[in-house]
Design a protein around this ligand. Structure first.
Ligand code: SF4
Length: 338
């Protein structure tokens, strides 16, 4: 599909309507590649194809096999009636072709431009893509996603042990952007059983993983079910021991599967803490007031403490445990750390 991008970065209305029509009819999965016709750039690939095929303006569709002259459709409805309606809903070839195309696009992304990474993610994976929101970095993701004008979703894991300041922060973000935020809670029976057996502060003796498993990981699994992709605010410099090799885009084998592949996108992987705070201050977006008290990475109240300038952010989390264990299960394994 050739889509038109307007000079202000938004997508033309007719392109959005064409995409919505194909989605409503269950045919969007047959679109192998999106090629952009940039209004301001006559050399963009989409503009070049429009000229080549004598089409006045995107949206339009090119259908055919590699090496053959494609058939041009300027109407999504006609494309659906003529080509797509009678096809089986999915084919392994189409799925594989889509995956290869996405991987190639992901490799070409510039990690210095998270705005473009986020736009790519929302355009590629659609409105069911979610931002996992808990900290300052995640507000940057929300801010950038909001400014694309594209639909997206946000969820928060309320473990039951968050600071009141953090809950206020979540509410401030919700009101600031006027967006719905899905608040995920631990499953009641599992949490009650856990506390009955181990008490309220088991993590200091037994390590944090069992508690995080009930309060964070299980709700996260529910939050990610049936999603194609999620965005996180992870950065490499948060903890060189566990996040030093963090990629920009990665398949998520923990919460995804072969049957339901999930892509994890870390648009701020290359950003430093300074760059994060420069952005937050410049854009005047809500932040957690605990930062004013020396907290840098903020999680649950009993497991978070302020840090000094010499310490890493993650020194403020589960400080009684070794470096390599200081992940909560939400991001384990993907950098080779268990
Ligand atoms: S961060 Fe601490 S309180 Fe929160 S879920 Fe993990 S172990 Fe439990």
């Amino acid at each position: 599909m050739i889509k038109k991008r307007l000079s202000d970065g938004t997508i033309c209305k007719k392109c959005q309507e064409a995409e919505a029509l194909l989605k409503r009819r269950g045919a969007w999965g047959f679109i192998d590649t999106i090629i952009w016709a940039d209004e301001d750039d006559p050399k963009s690939e989409g503009m070049r194809l429009a000229k080549q095929h004598e089409v006045a303006s995107a949206p339009f569709f090119l259908v055919g096999k590699p090496g053959e002259e494609p058939t041009v459709y300027t109407s999504a409805l006609k494309l659906h009636r003529s080509v797509l309606r009678d096809r089986p809903m999915t084919t392994p070839d189409a799925a594989m072709s889509r995956r290869v195309s996405q991987e190639a696009e992901a490799k070409a992304l510039d990690e210095d431009e998270p705005q473009k990474v986020i736009r790519w993610a929302l355009e590629t994976f659609g409105e069911n893509t979610a931002i996992a929101f808990s900290g300052a970095e995640d507000v940057i993701l929300i801010d950038m996603a909001f400014k694309t004008g594209l639909p997206f979703q946000v969820f928060v894991l309320d473990t039951g042990r968050l600071h009141p300041e953090t809950l206020r922060f979540v509410e401030n973000v919700r009101v600031h952007y006027g967006i719905p935020i899905q608040v995920m809670h631990p499953e009641t029976q599992a949490l009650e059983d856990f506390v009955l057996e181990r008490g309220l502060f088991s993590f200091f003796k037994e390590g944090h993983e069992p508690c995080c498993s009930v309060r964070k990981v299980a709700p996260l699994r529910r939050a990610l079910a049936n999603r194609p992709a999620w965005l996180t605010g992870q950065r490499r410099d948060q903890n060189p021991a566990t996040r030093g090799e963090l990629p920009l885009v990665q398949p998520d084998p923990i919460f995804g599967s072969d049957d339901a592949p999930l892509t994890k996108i870390n648009p701020l992987a290359a950003w430093t803490s300074d760059r994060v705070w420069t952005y937050l201050n410049a854009e005047r977006v809500p932040t957690n007031t605990l930062h004013d008290q020396g907290f840098r990475s903020i999680g649950c109240a009993p497991c978070t403490r302020p840090v000094t300038a010499e310490q890493t952010e993650r020194d403020g989390r589960w400080w009684w445990e070794a470096d390599l264990k200081r992940e909560c299960g939400l991001h384990l394994d993907l950098t080779g750390d268990k």
